[in-house]
Design a protein around this ligand. Structure first.
Ligand SMILES: Cc1ncc(COP(=O)(O)O)c(C=O)c1O
Length: 636
């Protein structure tokens, strides 16, 4: 707590909801800085501000994406523990076979950190395309772990998968379309290989949340029951029922409601037990991905949340499977999960610096002094409203102010009001709204129109980041990510802000923030101080954001740092991946440095010939131009 203040770090922790969305990985330390616990709740803490400093000393500039290998390891253990204990509780005979779907974050050091952490647990990989398979073929080196091949496939894809089988990997080709079986039969005949296959089910039951339509009868992927019956018949005709090893479904990502999962598991288990009767080697039940992340901490079925825990998820899957298998006298299968989001979302935190502010609606005026500055009636009336404001008349004052402002705007548009009077009138109006908002704290009941005031009185903090590159789901699908200042959390945040990025796109804004009851339309933040760095952390961005991020305005990949804690508690930058340079992003769009430099040289030469520049000045401008190519795309 700062001297003379009643605010403390616990209040900030509560205000920003660390304990609700942080799953024990994030909190506020006694210094008032946001901190990370890579080994989970109760583990050692890393101060995010110290990390930024350590990066600065190594010339790694903001924005920086910090990836915490410890969190990745811990997530894997959480998932494993949940399934192991459910299996023990229900005397379940099958084993747990986790698989990491690399589409969720294909970054090499994320994949290798997980493979290393998952060796003992036989963590497998799931791929959905040829490039992913090519990476997995070389990275996947555990013969006891699964390699699950999903997605649409051509002959080359299937041949690659068969290569993995020939070197001893346990590959399962998940059949998404009936024609894939014909292709497999032909490759098998040519190469003398007996593939292991799975069926992806197109269940009648739909998912829940944003990706609800990934499930259901109209889903893009999978075989419906008619197609499964036909596939079994085709395999039987060739005597290949023994190929079938796995039954799979995936009803969409971020399943917000546990009842949708239970319904899907029930339907899929019935397929499993019936297919098991004619396929002697069937032994895997793959529940796909979809385990959600509670981004807003509300524990509800809202799109950015989830109304269940990892433990409940595991218990439901195991219980439903056990019941159905016991009733049908089928051996308990090994359970495969392809949870991606729940495994990697927590592992990455983006830190970006605030560059400045705009749209300052937090303002006050001296109402008595207004009369000395103008004779414009609308402005004087606004100042009078401010003087006469009381808790009793505040709602009426709000309505009068809105009407007066309309008149003011009309008079200005008709040329009846000077720009100075308009500026003073605007200031009085916003000061009045701030004053009304302040008096509402004295009301027992705050009416709806007054309750909306805080979200109208927000300032804009410009941050050195691109929403399109670093948190594209915030723009594309209104996904909520927890955002907090990373310093000064022992101080009361007195501003209400929305965040704007540095792209030239009016969509490049964050105006929705995590809240337990609803969406909050502003983020509490501190006043900016001259010469002092003020940064926000954007949390839970480890899943999907990096690969979906785009180059809008040619802002490239950010710097990324993999953080490890050594056994003696020191912080180590295990891997540093420099973000894109200006030259690199220009190459993506076919601008070659040599060509641009030469063209610029021509322009300078022409300016020298025309006498606008001296030769020496042109050399300086040439050097400045050349240097930018090697620089980070973000602002200095
Ligand atoms: C087949 C399959 N498995 C697993 C996943 C990972 O899902 P999630 O990240 O929601 O766990 C996906 C992604 O949607 C998928 O399509």
């Amino acid at each position: 707590m700062l001297p003379g203040s009643t605010w403390d770090v616990a209040k900030s922790e509560q205000l920003y909801g660390f304990e609700y969305w942080g799953a024990g990985y994030f909190g506020v330390n006694a210094e008032g800085n946001a901190c990370v616990r890579p080994d989970g709740p109760g583990g050692p803490e890393i101060d995010l501000q110290h990390l930024v400093e350590a990066a600065r000393q190594r010339d790694i500039r903001l924005p920086i994406l910090f990836r915490f290998n410890g969190i990745l390891r811990h997530r894997l253990r959480v998932l494993h523990r949940a399934f192991a204990s459910s299996m023990a509780e229900y005397d379940y005979q099958g084993s747990y076979r986790p698989v990491y779907p690399i589409k969720v974050n294909q970054q090499r050091y994320v994949v290798t950190a997980l493979i290393r952490a998952g060796r003992e647990l036989n963590l497998g990989l799931e791929v959905g395309s040829k490039p992913e398979l090519v990476a997995a073929l070389a990275m996947h080196d555990n013969p006891d772990a699964l390699l699950v091949c999903n997605g649409y496939k051509d002959r080359q894809y299937l041949e690659l998968a068969m290569m993995a089988q020939r070197v001893g990997r346990e590959v399962i080709v998940v059949v998404e379309k009936p024609s894939e079986i014909d292709l497999l039969l032909s490759i098998s005949q040519e190469q003398g290989i007996e593939p292991n296959i799975g069926f992806r089910l197109r269940l009648a039951g739909r998912g829940a949340g944003r990706w609800e339509r990934s499930g259901g009868e109209r889903a893009k992927f999978g075989l419906n029951v008619t197609e499964i019956v036909a596939a079994l018949k085709l395999l039987a005709e060739h005597g290949k029922q023994s190929w079938v090893r796995l039954v799979h479904f995936h009803n969409g990502s971020q399943l917000t409601n546990i009842s949708a999962l239970k319904q899907a598991v029930r339907e899929a288990t019935q397929v499993y037990v019936q297919v098991a009767k004619c396929c002697p080697r069937l032994c895997y039940f793959d529940v796909g991905g979809g385990l959600a992340v509670d981004y807003d901490g509300s524990k509800t079925a809202f799109e950015s949340s989830m109304n269940y825990t990892v433990e409940e998820y595991a218990r439901d899957v195991i219980w439903i499977l056990k019941e159905a298998c016991d009733a049908a006298r089928v051996a308990h299968p090994s359970v495969v999960t392809e949870c991606g989001r729940a495994m990697v979302a927590y592992g990455s935190v983006l830190v970006a610096e605030v560059l400045g502010l705009a749209n300052t609606f937090t303002t006050t005026v001296d109402a008595l002094a207004v009369g000395r500055q103008t004779s414009e009636d609308t402005v004087l009336n606004m100042a009078q409203l401010l003087q006469a404001l009381t808790p009793k008349n505040c709602q009426e004052t709000l309505h009068d102010a809105a009407e007066l402002r309309q008149t003011m705007l009309q008079r200005f548009s008709l040329g009846l009001m000077s720009i100075e009077d308009r500026a003073l009138g605007d200031q009085c109006y916003w000061a009045l709204l701030n004053a009304i908002n302040a008096v509402t704290t004295k009301l027992h009941y705050v009416p709806e129109d007054l309750r909306r005031l805080p979200s109208q009185l927000t300032d804009t903090y410009f941050c050195n980041l691109s929403i399109f590159q670093s948190m594209p789901d915030s723009w594309a699908i209104d996904q909520i990510f927890p955002i907090t200042p990373i310093t000064r959390l022992a101080e009361e945040p007195r501003r209400r802000v929305v965040l704007a990025d540095i792209t030239c796109d009016s969509d490049g804004k964050v105006e929705r923030f995590a809240d337990l009851r609803d969406i909050k339309h502003y983020l509490p933040a501190h006043e900016l101080r001259p010469q002092e760095r003020y940064c926000f952390g954007v949390f839970l961005v480890g899943a999907y954001q990096e690969i979906l991020g785009d180059l809008h305005n040619l802002f490239g990949d950010t710097n990324a740092v993999h953080v490890e804690l050594t056994d003696d508690g020191r912080v180590q930058f295990a891997n540093v991946l420099r973000g894109d340079t200006v030259g690199q992003v220009l190459r993506y769009v076919a601008f070659e440095k040599a060509d641009l430099v030469e063209r610029w040289r021509h322009a300078l030469e022409a300016a020298v010939s025309a006498g606008r520049l001296t030769a020496r000045e042109s050399a300086v401008l040439q050097r400045q131009y050349d240097e930018v190519f090697g620089d980070y795309t973000y602002l200095r």
